[in-house]
Design a binder for this molecule. Structure first.
Ligand code: GDP
Length: 424
């Protein structure tokens, strides 16, 4: 069976932990979109790890970890991550990289930086990992597939052709040093050496795995609100964050995705710019940020402080709907244990009108939160294993949210560890 784990919000919902937990029962864990611009934090017996490119199954030796064709593959980052793992006593993971995955080129990272510089105050708050230039090139049909590394002659020609084109922009738009095609070609040959043992036909492999009745897990990055089509465009990421894209980015039939486990966070956090209706500021935000996640709400990849807000029913319901949630995993609930009262955003007010459906960006920017306040439970809920053992006000909070979402909360995460989970 194929399951997907995806985010309903702005990312950082705690997908890594849920994936790590569910990976145990999987044979194959697959990354299908995104690149090294975001990351999961995983805490297990080996320690605490931030994964940016490797699938979350790498800590289990029975799992094949797959980088699908939809991923923006940064080869040096991938190999540094492998090194980090093996140097901390994690056995070398089983890895399969799609021959159709495209590579983040060194110049994609440069163009990302240069463009943010050029835009100045109007920048997107990019993590500058080259993701937007990478996907632009992919769809402009000037990207490099991993398979092309093995066609030396055509690769050489293409490198020259691309450098010529990129150099026009570097010289006249950005006024930066030009690319040297010989150097770039050498880098490509190094990349080839690194990936060669792991490259294969992923969709054929997965097709067979599905026929053999294996358990497959599609691992999403970020969340619905960062989807380029359905998110807060243009403050979005450059590849689809939806479970539906799992079929495309891994190369499997859409009807094979039987379960869409949608991770929803018990409060809101976001990185980067863009409308954020339930955002809070000042001391109120600082306290939630300090107490949030595991050791504070700071980007796993960038270390940037995250923007904080109360739970947003409008955004989260939309987030679940676009994912096609079959199950909701409700996470980091333990963090809210310090509050006497918990504000929840239940609707938006736009130009005097109350709305419950997540609007397009222009309206979203004008939206004001309509807040309802629920009673807090004022205690630590970590360690609790049974739903009935949760304090009444905590169950009320969960049931209130579930009713607003319209999708079943089947898992509640009450701590960062693998076992901090309540099934319902
Ligand atoms: P992802 O990108 O969705 O995987 O999210 P991150 O890994 O960036 O953020 C989740 C953070 O919250 C990490 O530091 C996790 O260890 C932590 N975390 C996950 N679930 C829980 C939870 O239920 N409670 C607490 N306190 N922390 C959690």
């Amino acid at each position: 069976m194929v399951k997907a784990i995806v985010g309903a919000n702005w990312g950082d919902e705690g997908k890594g932990k849920i994936t790590d937990m569910l990976a145990k029962e999987s044979d194959i864990v697959i990354r299908f979109q995104g690149g090294a611009n975001a990351g999961h934090t995983i805490i297990n017996n080996y320690g605490k790890f931030a994964l940016h490119t490797l699938p979350s199954g790498v800590f289990y030796d029975h799992i094949t970890n797959v980088i699908g064709n939809g991923v923006a593959l940064n080869i040096p980052v991938l190999f540094n991550e492998i090194k980090e793992l093996t140097s901390r006593n994690v056995p070398m993971p089983k890895l399969l990289i799609s021959d159709r995955a495209q590579m983040v080129m060194p110049y994609h990272i440069l163009f990302d930086q240069y463009e943010e510089e050029r835009l100045g105050g109007k920048s997107f708050g990019s993590t500058k990992s080259g993701i937007a230039p990478f996907y632009s090139d992919k769809y402009a049909k000037i990207g490099f597939q991993v398979s092309e590394l093995f066609e030396e002659e055509t690769l050489r020609e293409k490198v020259e052709r691309i450098c010529e084109m990129k150099n026009v922009l570097l010289e006249h738009l950005y006024h930066k040093p030009l690319l040297n095609p010989d150097e770039l070609f050498e880098t490509m040959l190094e990349y080839r050496k690194m990936v060669e043992p792991y490259v294969g036909d992923v969709s054929a492999f997965l097709d067979q795995a599905i026929k053999d009745g294996k358990e497959l897990l599609l691992e999403g990055q970020l969340g619905t609100l960062k989807d380029p089509d359905h998110g807060i465009y243009p403050m979005v990421t450059s590849s689809s964050t939806l479970a539906a894209y799992g079929a495309v980015g891994a190369g499997i039939p859409p009807y094979e995705i039987k379960k869409v486990i949608t991770v929803v966070k018990a409060y809101s956090s976001a990185v980067g710019a863009g409308a954020f209706v339930s955002e809070i500021f000042g001391e109120e935000a600082d306290e939630l940020r300090r107490r949030g996640g595991d050791g504070g709400e700071y980007g796993a990849t960038t270390g940037r402080p995250r923007r904080m807000g109360w739970f947003d029913c409008v955004a989260s319901r939309y987030g679940c709907r676009l994912q096609g949630a079959t199950d909701v995993a409700f996470t980091v609930l333990d963090v809210l244990g310090y509050l006497d009262e918990i504000p929840v955003c239940v609707a938006y007010e736009v130009d005097g009108e109350i709305i419950h459906d997540f609007p397009t960006t222009g309206k979203l920017e004008k939206a004001k939160p309509v807040i309802e306040t629920l009673k807090g439970w004022k205690c630590d809920i970590r360690g609790i294993k049974k739903y009935e053992d949760l304090p009444e006000n905590c169950r009320n909070y969960i049931e209130f949210v579930e009713e607003k979402l319209g999708y079943p909360i089947t898992m509640i995460s009450n701590g960062p560890g693998r076992d901090d989970i309540i099934y319902r």
